[in-house]
Design a protein around this ligand. Structure first.
Ligand code: R2B
Ligand code: URA
Length: 310
């Protein structure tokens, strides 16, 4: 059954704050956001996070720390004298989170369950903090299909490994389907921020969210493989025909849970390799680091533009 297909305006309060679609939360004495090491009673979440406008997520703690420093420079934010950027969630030993003015930079780990847990807690954090109209971005890496490595892909649609446009979650012994939808307007706005001067392409297309890096993405270099190189090639070429531009591991829950919460969200990933030509991620570290800055640069342009016009 379909669940939670609501338009953004109905899922937020008139002042832009996030509505929680869970009646149990307000009845609780406190809400412990266990995996980000914060709580609604132990911390003044309104004071700490009430000004948040952007929540940027990416896989690794290091990349999100780098992004926090980069966005600080880009928006000209100065930390209070004598303070340094701190990992707010360090004692969770799960995710790393940084806050730079109106921007949160947080790691989500790898795969659907990991980003799913973080999304529950970040959406609740926005609710407790009374943050107004927050926008969520995923800035990530992926495998490309027929694209030059280093290409930036803005997802305009997402599918799972079976081609479904929804997030299937087993809940109380039944599969619940949550529509995985992205804001087309935000996709266009982001695409418009790519420039002729960028020494790489920025494109839009469907992103496939796999449950695994190896067999789940049709690789033949995992610990197991029961299909042929030709089977793999057929599969990947069929994905291309269906408009799939890239493969990663978090797009479906990211699109579905932000949509259900009425939160605007976008996914911007850089391709580390062309999957039509191989499976191994073999680019040198320096090349890889430069690639990984590309989605950050695009999202930083959006954030800067947004903050300048407010
Ligand atoms: C991209 O990179 C990771 C796998 O290497 C995964 O988190 C993803 O979506
Ligand atoms: N991340 C993925 O999930 N797949 C790739 O091929 C590269 C990065």
């Amino acid at each position: 059954e379909e669940n939670g297909n609501n338009e953004t305006s109905e899922t937020r309060y008139p002042d832009g704050t996030v509505k929680l679609r869970n009646p149990h939360i307000e009845l609780m004495d406190q809400d412990i956001l266990y995996h980000i090491a914060l709580g609604s009673e132990s911390h003044d979440l309104v004071e700490m996070f009430g000004d948040v406008k952007f929540v940027c997520m990416g896989g690794t703690p290091k990349r999100m720390e780098t992004f926090a420093h980069y966005i600080m420079k880009e928006i000209g934010y100065k930390l209070p004298t004598g303070t340094t950027l701190m990992d707010i969630s360090q004692y969770s030993y799960r995710y790393s989170m940084y806050k730079v003015g109106p921007v949160i930079s947080v790691s989500h780990g790898m795969g659907v369950p990991s980003i799913g847990i973080l999304l529950h807690e970040m959406i609740k954090l926005m609710y407790h903090a009374k943050a107004k109209d927050p926008i969520f971005f995923r800035i990530g890496t992926c495998g490309g299909l027929g694209l030059e490595p280093g290409t930036v892909v803005i997802s305009d649609d997402v599918v799972d490994g079976l081609g479904n446009h929804y997030y299937s979650v087993p809940i109380l012994g039944k599969v619940v389907k949550r529509p995985a939808k992205l804001e087309k307007k935000l996709v266009r706005e982001l695409k418009a921020l790519a420039t002729q001067d960028d020494p790489y392409d920025t494109t839009t297309g469907t992103t496939m969210c796999a449950e695994d890096f190896y067999e789940g993405q049709g690789r033949i270099d995992g610990a197991f493989c029961d299909y042929t190189e030709a089977d793999k090639q057929d599969y990947l070429e069929n994905l291309v025909r269906q408009g799939v531009k890239n493969i990663e591991m978090e797009a479906v829950p990211f699109a579905a849970l932000t949509h259900q919460a009425g939160i605007k969200a976008a996914i911007v990933c850089v391709t580390l390799l062309n999957r039509l030509k191989g499976d191994q991620v073999a680019a040198p570290k320096e090349v890889m680091n430069e690639y990984q800055q590309r989605p950050q640069i695009l999202v930083a342009r959006y954030i800067k533009k947004y903050l300048q016009t407010k």
